[in-house]
Ligand binder design. Structure first.
Ligand SMILES: [Zn+2]
Length: 164
């Protein structure tokens, strides 16, 4: 079955992610995507915002410099005439042989969804996995599905990445 969600991703942005991942290899790194939703299930990425100077890069963990990212996001939002917004995040899984999300990644998605300031109910998350020259991108769009008992369930839709 084909994914129902499409993300248009400029090759220049993919290249920026790969360069950033190469620079920090074998530690994790990542960043944020901005752009807009062209249709309810089709996003267009325009820029990538990097990890920031205070980001934490570890072998199996990445934490962006959130204050720096928020400033960059706000600045780009204004520059774009308030058209391009935060779409979601990406990070590297150096040396991984597939693009699965970890439990930590799922917790991050829950936090984004439940943080009102993020204004993002359907965040994208892309994993850049592999190593230099062979990086692959796997993307997901997350949402929470309310349940009567227990916590809300995190639902992940696979995303078809369309390069341009
Ligand atoms: Zn991860």
């Amino acid at each position: 079955m084909l994914p129902d969600v499409d993300v248009w991703l400029p090759n220049t942005v993919t290249q920026e992610c790969a360069v950033e991942a190469d620079t920090k290899f074998p530690l994790e790194t990542g960043g944020t995507f901005m752009g807009w939703w062209l249709y309810p299930d089709t996003a267009v990425v325009t820029v990538m915002i990097g990890p920031g100077p205070g980001a934490l890069h570890e072998r199996f963990r990445f934490q962006p410099d959130q204050q720096w990212q928020l400033e960059q996001i706000a600045a780009h939002y204004e520059r774009s005439g308030r058209r391009e917004t935060y779409l979601g995040d990406w990070h590297s899984h150096p040396g991984a042989s597939r693009g699965a999300l970890s439990w930590i990644d799922r917790d991050v998605l829950r936090r984004v969804i439940t943080t009102p300031e993020a204004r993002c109910a359907l965040p994208l998350m892309m994993i850049l996995w592999g190593s230099s020259g062979t990086w692959q991108l796997t993307a997901w769009r997350a949402q929470t599905v309310p349940r009567v008992v227990l916590w809300d369930r995190l639902h992940l839709d696979p995303v078809q990445i369309r390069a341009f």
